[in-house]
Ligand binder design. Sequence first.
Ligand SMILES: *[C@@H]1O[C@H](CO)[C@@H](O)[C@H](O)[C@H]1NC(C)=O
Ligand SMILES: *[C@@H]1O[C@H](CO)[C@@H](O)[C@H](O)[C@H]1NC(C)=O
Ligand SMILES: *[C@@H]1O[C@H](CO)[C@@H](O)[C@H](O)[C@H]1NC(C)=O
Ligand SMILES: *[C@@H]1O[C@H](CO)[C@@H](O)[C@H](O)[C@H]1NC(C)=O
Ligand SMILES: *[C@@H]1O[C@H](CO)[C@@H](O)[C@H](O)[C@H]1NC(C)=O
Ligand SMILES: *[C@@H]1O[C@H](CO)[C@@H](O)[C@H](O)[C@H]1NC(C)=O
Ligand SMILES: *[C@@H]1O[C@H](CO)[C@@H](O)[C@H](O)[C@H]1NC(C)=O
Ligand SMILES: *[C@@H]1O[C@H](CO)[C@@H](O)[C@H](O)[C@H]1NC(C)=O
Ligand SMILES: *[C@@H]1O[C@H](CO)[C@@H](O)[C@H](O)[C@H]1NC(C)=O
Length: 820
Amino acid sequence: MVYFLMFLLLLSIPLCKTDDQLTLGKPIFPSEMLISKGGIFALGFFPPANFSNSLYVGVWFHNIPQRTVVWVANRDNPITTPSSATLAITNSSGMVLSDSQGHILWTTKISVTGASAVLLDTGNFVLRLPNGTDIWQSFDHPTDTILAGMMFLMSYKSEIIGRLTAWRSHDDPSTGDFSFSLDPSSDLQGMTWNGTKPYCRNGVRTSVTVSGAQYPSNSSLFMYQTLIDSGNKLYYSYTVSDSSIYTRLTLDSTGTMMFLSWDNSSSSWMLIFQRPAAGSCEVYGSCGPFGYCDFTGAVPACRCLDGFEPVDPSISQSGCRRKEELRCGEGGHRFVSLPDMKVPDKFLQIRNRSFDQCAAECSSNCSCKAYAYANLSSGGTMADPSRCLVWTGELVDSEKKASLGENLYLRLAEPPVGKKNRLLKIVVPITVCMLLLTCIVLTWICKHRGKQNKEIQKRLMLEYPGTSNELGGENVKFPFISFGDIVAATDNFCESNLLGRGGFGKVYKRFPIYIDDNMKGILEGGTEVAVKRLNEGSGQGIEEFRNEVVLIAKLQHRNLVRLLGCCIHEDEKLLIYEYLPNKSLDAFLFDATRKYVLDWPTRFKIIKGIAKGLLYLHQDSRLTIIHRDLKASNILLDTEMNPKISDFGIARIFHGNQQQANTTRVVGTYGYMSPEYVLGGAFSVKSDTYSFGVLLLEIVSGLKISSSKLTPNFFSLTAYAWRLWKDGNATELLDKFFVDSYPLHEAFRCIHVGLLCVQDHPNDRPSMSSVVFMLENESTLLPAPKQPVYFEMKNHGTQEATEESVYSVNTMSTTTLEGR
Ligand SMILES: *[C@@H]1O[C@H](CO)[C@@H](O)[C@H](O)[C@H]1NC(C)=O
Ligand SMILES: *[C@@H]1O[C@H](CO)[C@@H](O)[C@H](O)[C@H]1NC(C)=O
Ligand SMILES: *[C@@H]1O[C@H](CO)[C@@H](O)[C@H](O)[C@H]1NC(C)=O
Ligand SMILES: *[C@@H]1O[C@H](CO)[C@@H](O)[C@H](O)[C@H]1NC(C)=O
Ligand SMILES: *[C@@H]1O[C@H](CO)[C@@H](O)[C@H](O)[C@H]1NC(C)=O
Ligand SMILES: *[C@@H]1O[C@H](CO)[C@@H](O)[C@H](O)[C@H]1NC(C)=O
Ligand SMILES: *[C@@H]1O[C@H](CO)[C@@H](O)[C@H](O)[C@H]1NC(C)=O
Ligand SMILES: *[C@@H]1O[C@H](CO)[C@@H](O)[C@H](O)[C@H]1NC(C)=O
Ligand SMILES: *[C@@H]1O[C@H](CO)[C@@H](O)[C@H](O)[C@H]1NC(C)=O
């Protein structure tokens, strides 16, 4: 009783300490707390409920009225005698939480001398040596919450490490029944567990790096989710495009994984998404064997897979059975493809298979009931990116959700051949005869009306608005503008209006064009646009070109220049873009008089914008577009100096939609091209990462990639940057113009990221999702970059790159670069 009164007394004392550090000899007591530098997080002692007589040490958001605890140190060892409990730094065990009787309730168990503990603005509580090395961090020991920027280590050498464990109840932080981790039977999926039983399953991974944009769909906020696979270690992490917004990913005490965002106006946590979805059949196995949870209707409901019927229509858990039994060996079978599925659980993964091999594998083995296939690598750099899954038993826990899922191929019996057969015997020959007859008649007509008709058909084809559904589902009206109109308005492509040239053609003209409500191009007055006249030799048919252009026109991102229309006329192919009155980045960056516009915050904004635009092209657009000619002159700036990538998708128009390939046409700009591309013509998303790294170094330094102004010992900016970085002289690399006026840690971080991007080996370079992540999160530890040796050794005596030194067509046999 005495304790209890003292306890209440203690809680009524205002919490006073406002330091962000815990140091040797200065413990904190229950009446005190640490507050991170920016005042975002607090660490201290808290009672989980108003009249609880236990105390816990934890971290919570400091600035918001509701105490929201995101980390607990002693969840299973509460302080019950609070009078003289302390959290202290010791020489022998690092951080120690002990009560008045000297019982140790929690410790970091790391013996060091001279360490101190700091609460950071990210919510991370770290134990730090005097020389700045962190030897322990709360982010490595999460309880039930993942915070933005936290690297959640899911597995190490295929062994499951990371586990979120829910509170026992909303006012009891002790270890609850629900937890979340990778599935021990396959690291391709995450699972929420109720004790040891599956409670809710995430979908099976279809790529190495997931990158989502989930937020209220009409707000400008994005959540980026990333899986980072660094060889042995698999991390999960997320970031939000506006880092000033408080967010958390929490497994609550009822087993629901929730992503929440603090809404300042309503002063409450706003739910962005949750799993299992409220009131749905998303809980593991809810729909029984061979059933699935269908999200495509108004309310989620259980249904049977195609070819199956309910065992008991009134009970969904009893699942479904085949309408027609499979008979192995006799009778036929067929595979039906079910789109948009979260594929079932309890699969076997067969390594190193192409799609066809995977299909054959399943088809040839009677016990295989279904298969699904994905290619985990979009960059083509994994040893075995194939993900062939087969099922031999019951299919449980599937879902159907528009746009999220993948195809499941399901084995069904061939429909019975009985009475229908006789009918078929009559119907088929008649149909065939009629078809033949029609064909003959049509051919005859076609031959006769030959030329005339061709003209009409061509016209129809060109003016037919694009209606491909591959991207959004909605019909996008897309203007095809007549060549005559363009010629008239451009004085027949008069040189005086030339804006620039690139690897794939000339950015030819700007002229005013008016696009009316019917999306038909009309000249004179209206919006100004830029026109790109493509080089000949794309080797593509008109229809293919048209489809590509319509697809690319649907890519919309604030960091991409918009494609507004196109024109096809005989061999001429023209693209019409939005016109940006500010010039391209190079016109500012390398110009002594315009440079002043680019202060550090602007440069940093430009760097992040380019990274996001590129990430969208690589991943989020679903097309996987490799730019292949990223450089300062291809970055246009709008009136607010937001970067917009131009010329994207041109490579795709020229080369079809391969994602990783070897080519004998090396197209690009010298200095921006990665070693593997220059040497072997191999390109992938990692070649773009390389170009991005070069561009980043240029932006930070204000130097051109192969500027001869570098000191005589260095032939390229990458070698120069590496040397300065290695020797600890990175400040020398920074553009003198902004060095004095801004804190430099962001710029140093950019150099570090830039050096990671220009590493010689594509596998060493980070994907653009990691790059965005590293730029957005100052707390992320970056790996040390390897020395980029290739260009350092090579460039003796080669020409200096200028804007004109574009390798438009260079067959490998005549490449002008020196051999190895
Ligand atoms: C705890 O106390 C606060 C403030 O006194 C009150 O707003 C809140 O409703 C109480 N909570 C419970 C669970 O009683
Ligand atoms: C911890 O170690 C430091 C340096 O060795 C020493 O000065 C200090 O007295 C030690 N403190 C305790 C409490 O043992
Ligand atoms: C800091 O000190 C620790 C041990 O004293 C050492 O292991 C570590 O390498 C040091 N780190 C740096 C960056 O000097
Ligand atoms: C979790 O498992 C326990 C024990 O098996 C069970 O009683 C409880 O209903 C389960 N909870 C949920 C939400 O399924
Ligand atoms: C999003 O759209 C809904 C319905 O169209 C609207 O009610 C809501 O205010 C919008 N929210 C924002 C942030 O624009
Ligand atoms: C929320 O609003 C208050 C005042 O309206 C402001 O002081 C505070 O900084 C805001 N917090 C966040 C996280 O935006
Ligand atoms: C994958 O299979 C091919 C033949 O299909 C074989 O040549 C190759 O060595 C295999 N790769 C791995 C990593 O097992
Ligand atoms: C068919 O698949 C099952 C399960 O994977 C396997 O045990 C069996 O050996 C396979 N049979 C043949 C003939 O490959
Ligand atoms: C996976 O995709 C990459 C890049 O598109 C491609 O190089 C690779 O051949 C594909 N692998 C399989 C097994 O399909």
